[in-house]
Design a protein around this ligand. Structure first.
Ligand SMILES: [Zn+2]
Length: 250
């Protein structure tokens, strides 16, 4: 939930991606002193950071020297769960089953319907359209919940955000810009409501304190007394939320 300066990003040719089974990003970073390698758990991507004076071919050979390590890391990641007929997905912390009944002449929207043992999210249309509708639907649900909780906390802390946007950001749950624009990950709507509420409170509190100092945390606690439980939940299960709705090339 902090801002970082974006490095220059390029990607390695497709044959590297095929060899490794994951996208490879090369980042040239002015502050980088040496070549480094990491595997992003949330995006299932390999990231090579390169000092500016190094050529791109050095990234490739560095990667090959560490191929075993990279494969091991990728293998240890939890399986992604793309939106498909029959999968189970949490919504506000409650397990739902996604149902894709195919074309339904008069139905074009996602509906939540009761079902046993799980309530269902029915997404009509052929698969690609149904997946797109679901993605949009989750994003709209997230927006509705977050708009409501942001307004509530903003009112309590006497601030007003300039904008609220919902994104598929993977590096953080929410962010607050210097212009007062808040943005959040749609995946928060998968988590129990208290977790979404905490992230909303956290970003709203940044409108008063643009740091993570003591005054900041006491503001968060003031408007969200249950923040410790929510932070704990995110530490334990947050990574799991990144598995859902990820499109795999397979
Ligand atoms: Zn923060």
């Amino acid at each position: 939930m902090r801002k970082t300066k974006a490095p220059h990003v390029t990607t390695l040719p497709n044959r590297e991606t095929e060899r490794i089974g994951a996208p490879v990003e090369v980042r040239r970073h002015p502050a980088a002193r040496r070549l480094t390698l990491r595997v992003s758990r949330t995006r299932r991507a390999v990231i090579v950071t390169l000092p500016v004076q190094c050529g791109i071919e050095e990234a490739g050979s560095f990667l090959h020297r560490n191929l075993d390590w990279v494969r091991e890391r990728l293998d240890s990641l939890p399986e992604p769960i793309p939106f498909r007929d029959g999968i189970l997905v949490p919504l506000r912390g409650v397990t739902h089953r996604i149902v894709m009944p195919g074309e339904m002449p008069r139905r074009r929207v996602v509906r939540r319907i009761d079902g046993h043992p799980f309530p269902q999210l029915q997404a009509p249309g052929e698969v690609i359209a149904a997946v797109r509708r679901l993605e949009q639907w989750f994003s709209e649900e997230a927006r509705r919940d977050l708009a409501e909780r942001v307004a509530w906390h903003a009112d309590r802390l006497g601030v007003k955000p300039s904008r609220l946007s919902i994104r598929d950001q993977t590096s953080r749950w929410g962010s607050c810009s210097t212009t007062g624009a808040l943005s959040f990950s749609w995946r928060l709507v998968l988590a129990p409501p208290a977790v979404l509420d905490y992230v909303a409170a956290h970003e709203v509190a940044h409108l008063r304190e643009m740091n993570h100092g003591l005054r900041f945390w006491s503001l968060v606690r003031q408007t969200c007394p249950a923040m410790d439980e929510a932070k704990h939940w995110l530490r334990l299960y947050g990574m799991d939320l990144h598995r859902y709705g990820v499109q795999t090339s397979a």
